[in-house]
Design a protein around this ligand. Structure first.
Ligand code: ADP
Ligand code: MG
Length: 336
């Protein structure tokens, strides 16, 4: 689209969308919409679109993997709200050139992940397409009133964490786009991070129930972009310590080998689908410990929420620079 970023367009669209605000808890702007039923339960709804040549190359991904990913990215949005996923609706626009078995494999992938995360597939829509394959999945879920996480609730002084490594997915995409053989366990792990992101549903729900966990988002567009959403909506700033950004050994090896900058991958690589959470500084140590005990893995501490309104990267020598959201913008042309 000309002259407008994806996020500016969403801002424009948002005006006059709320006709009956009554039961709406969260309208456009978060990972999922949230609204109350008359019985007081909170329902979550999220939807994501995957478009051939924009999000995937059909010749580089099996139908099964594509189906899994299409559902995983939606489950990740429910995870970012601290919710439980319930039901999925799958809509698909299929160009004539596609073989039936590829489409059946997409559904095998969707069903495999749906089974793993106990989600029903309750409907959808099917249509033809002139050129590209398009898959849209919508997922519903629920959340508890006192255990739901929004992007807008970060508080000054909160510590910022990620539930996993950042940048691996972009490295996996680089391998795919450049047709580099996945012939080592390190390259395979990066490939997996891109093709089979894992939704942090159990972790999101656990975190939402902990006292002191304030805000969350899933990293779909890159750390700088997604942390940018948290600070914009919370009207805060953030400091990120460069030395603390969780970069996997696999990504470090990849960057040495292909002469890339791991920091750039971690800050602006999208589709990691880890959760970014902000936690009250006085509760953070307790939550870190409880999380490690429950899941046998760490929450990665990265920085702090500030009142500055800006996002700062703090280097090991104490110097700093302002970073701007540089993650994935769907209307920006860029190379993997
Ligand atoms: P995510 O990456 O978590 O899926 P997005 O950046 O896609 O989030 O969307 C941010 C918010 O904007 C969400 O609340 C989403 O529902 C809303 N949104 C995105 N596109 C549209 C659209 N075309 N019309 C209305 N709402 C939209
Ligand atoms: Mg999201």
């Amino acid at each position: 689209m000309k002259n407008t970023s994806e996020f500016d367009l969403i801002d424009k669209i948002t005006k006059a969308c709320l006709i009956k605000p009554g039961n709406v808890i969260k309208a456009i702007g978060d990972d999922a919409a949230a609204f109350c039923t008359d019985s007081g339960k909170i329902i979550l709804v999220t939807t994501d679109l995957l478009v051939e040549r924009v999000h995937f190359l059909a010749e580089s991904v099996s139908g099964f993997d594509l189906g899994q990913k299409a559902l995983a990215v939606n489950l990740s949005d429910i995870a970012a709200m601290g919710g439980v996923a319930h039901h999925a609706f799958v809509s698909i626009a299929i160009p004539e050139k596609y073989e039936t078995h590829y489409i059946e494999n997409i559904y095998k992938g969707i069903k495999a992940l749906a089974k793993k995360f106990k989600v029903n597939i309750l409907g959808g829509d099917t249509t033809g397409s002139k050129s590209d394959l398009v898959i849209n999945i919508a997922v519903t879920g629920f959340a508890d009133k006192d255990a739901i996480l929004f992007r807008s609730d970060a508080k000054k002084g909160d510590k910022i964490y990620s539930t996993g490594f950042l940048g691996d997915s972009k490295a996996g995409l680089y391998l795919i786009l450049n047709k580099i053989p996945v012939d080592s366990k390190e390259w395979k792990a990066l490939w997996d991070a891109h093709i089979m992101p894992r939704p942090y549903l159990e972790e999101g729900r656990f975190l939402a129930k902990q006292k002191g966990v304030h805000a969350a988002i899933d990293v779909s567009d890159g750390l700088s972009s997604d942390l940018g959403h948290i600070i914009k909506q919370s009207r805060k700033g953030a400091k990120i310590y460069r030395g603390n950004i969780p970069v996997s050994d696999n990504l470090k090896k990849f960057c040495r080998y292909f002469n890339k900058n791991p920091l750039e991958f971690a800050l602006s690589g999208g589709e990691d689908y880890t959760l970014l959470v902000t936690i009250d500084k006085n509760m953070a140590q307790y939550v870190e410990k409880a999380y490690r005990e429950k899941f046998g893995k760490p929450l990665f501490f990265m920085g702090e929420i500030t009142g500055s309104g800006a996002m700062e990267l703090i280097y090991e020598n104490g110097k700093s620079r302002i970073i701007t959201p540089s993650g994935w913008d769907h209307f920006e042309k860029r190379q993997g």
